[in-house]
Design a binder for this molecule. Structure first.
Ligand SMILES: NC(=O)c1ccc[n+]([C@@H]2O[C@H](COP(=O)([O-])OP(=O)(O)OC[C@H]3O[C@@H](n4cnc5c(N)ncnc54)[C@H](O)[C@@H]3O)[C@@H](O)[C@H]2O)c1
Length: 253
């Protein structure tokens, strides 16, 4: 991983920030594409070795911005090895779809599905050169929906399908995988103005076979594995990381 270069979209806070810090810890340099200038500024201040981090204000759903930011990254660092598509539009609680405007639906698909496609399009020429990889952050909502999540579920289901299609198209040079997180508590990883601790009820903990809710490092640990050479035989796969929730039925004791 040493001296490899990664791009993390939506990496200024939440799970994306944990991914950025883990890639830096592995000896990589990273570019973060995010639309939240305040969070980008805080991330930059948090990283001691600022030369190993490039913060780009970039909306991943806008083709010109993606093309410019990818070019800036390669100009700055000289190569590209890893793309992590993590940015997301849409936060719970989600409302009933009967009252959802078409704009909301279109924006969800634009950021969560078109964004990763654009990122892959402009990154692929550079990833082919380094035999790099793409990691898409999807969601268990794509596989095991809860009520009122039509837009995010459809966008993440599309992202898992896009992952498989890209894995076929970019083989053998570029591996493409996705991770589907379950409930990951990101309150402590948000920018200062939104940061909050959250205590979980016993029922919430018991709902998880592993006895706890997820933390961003549960996802970043898998990202660093998939980004490294020890995962070289894995492509086109989707990894569920949800503490066993979607595999086990936990009856109340
Ligand atoms: N937190 C969870 O419980 C959970 C569960 C399942 C899946 N996920 C997935 O994990 C990923 C990270 O989730 P999170 O909870 O850390 O999210 P978050 O809201 O904390 O962070 C998302 C980041 O994406 C950025 N962003 C939004 N729109 C963007 C755009 N158009 N261009 C660039 N950046 C943009 C935001 O500014 C923010 O910094 C997402 O893909 C999400 O769907 C999270």
């Amino acid at each position: 991983m040493h001296n490899k270069i990664g791009i993390v979209t939506g990496g200024a806070q939440g799970i994306g920030k944990a991914i950025v810090l883990d890639l830096l810890n592995c000896g990589m340099r990273a570019a973060v594409f995010d639309v939240d200038a305040e969070a980008l500024g805080e991330l930059q201040a948090d990283v001691a070795d600022a030369e190993r981090l490039l913060c780009c204000h970039c909306d991943v759903s806008e083709e010109e911005e993606v093309a410019r930011a990818v070019a800036d990254t390669v100009r700055t660092f000289g190569r590209l090895d890893v793309l992590v598509n993590n940015a997301v539009y849409g936060q719970p609680p989600y409302g009933p779809f009967e009252s959802m405007g078409l704009e909301e639906w279109n924006q969800t698909l634009k950021v969560n599905m078109t964004g990763p496609l654009l990122m892959a399009k402009y990154s692929t020429p550079h990833l082919r050169l380094t035999k790099g990889c793409i990691i898409n952050i999807a969601s268990t909502l794509a596989l095991h929906p809860e009520p009122h999540c039509e837009a995010i579920a459809a966008s993440k289901g599309g992202l898992i399908s896009l992952t498989r299609a890209l894995a076929a198209s970019l083989a053998p040079e570029v591996r493409v995988n996705s991770i589907s997180p379950g409930w990951i508590e990101v309150g402590a990883w948000r920018k200062a103005s939104l940061r909050q601790g959250r205590a979980h009820s016993q029922a919430e903990l018991d709902h998880h076979p592993v006895g706890r809710v997820g933390v961003p490092q549960d996802i970043s640990a898998l990202v660093t594995f998939l980004a490294g050479e020890r995962s070289g035989f894995i492509t086109g796969e989707n990894f569920v990381v949800d503490g066993g929730v979607s595999r086990c039925i936990m009856f109340p004791q």
